[in-house]
Design a protein around this ligand. Structure first.
Ligand SMILES: CC(C)(COP(=O)(O)OP(=O)(O)OC[C@H]1O[C@@H](n2cnc3c(N)ncnc32)[C@H](O)[C@@H]1OP(=O)(O)O)[C@@H](O)C(=O)NCCC(=O)NCCS
Length: 159
């Protein structure tokens, strides 16, 4: 983690811990703020299984973000990463993403893969700046206001 990012997150008093099921009401508040098509709570509940890692980004005692990763053999699939709107643009998303990547490497994963909406330029810029590259598109992967939207598929090979 770069010194600059570390300083930014220390200034914001950010830490990461494992997400627990009792966090889900707060997670759902952030999920609804973060996405046009939020996950229902049942999808989060289904992720509390051994092959998943769920992380809570904390600012002091307040949950301000989360990430959900699914391990498939030696590949980590980033399913969700979200930061409270009030905190965005100050390095919190990068901090959480780096944490999830570091944990995935520690757990023996060789790469991380994700889908991101074509229109989600903020997230795609974050991923690209962290070493993810676009390897393809999934046409009509996401619902949107008028129909369907493509996903960019991005991968970060750890070695
Ligand atoms: C994507 C998300 C997690 C990023 O969190 P964040 O805390 O704002 O991100 P950071 O402050 O760490 O920004 C890291 C980089 O992302 C990019 N970025 C962030 N906001 C951006 C914006 N509004 N426009 C363009 N790029 C942006 C920049 O490359 C930035 O690096 P820089 O600050 O050096 O320019 C956050 O925007 C979010 O929660 N969005 C809603 C949920 C979502 O879309 N999740 C991703 C699903 S695939």
């Amino acid at each position: 983690m770069s010194t600059q990012i570390l300083r930014q997150v220390q200034n914001q008093d950010l830490t990461v811990r494992s997400l627990v099921e009792s966090d889900l009401p707060r997670v759902m508040e952030l999920e609804r703020l973060g996405y046009s098509h939020p996950w229902p709570v049942s999808v989060f509940q289904d992720c509390f299984k051994p092959q998943y890692r769920l992380w809570a980004l904390m600012q002091g005692d307040e949950l301000v973000g989360y990430a959900v990763v699914n391990y498939m053999v030696d590949e980590a699939h980033l399913l969700n990463v979200c930061v409270h709107p009030a905190l965005r643009g100050h390095g919190a998303g990068r901090y959480l993403l780096r944490y999830a990547v570091a944990e995935s490497i520690r757990d023996g994963m060789v790469q991380m893969i994700l889908e991101v909406r074509q229109s989600n330029e903020a997230a795609a810029a974050l991923y690209a700046s962290e070493g993810f590259e676009e390897i393809g598109r999934r046409p009509g992967y996401y619902p949107d206001a008028t129909g369907r939207e493509d996903a960019r598929v991005m991968v970060y090979r750890f070695t």
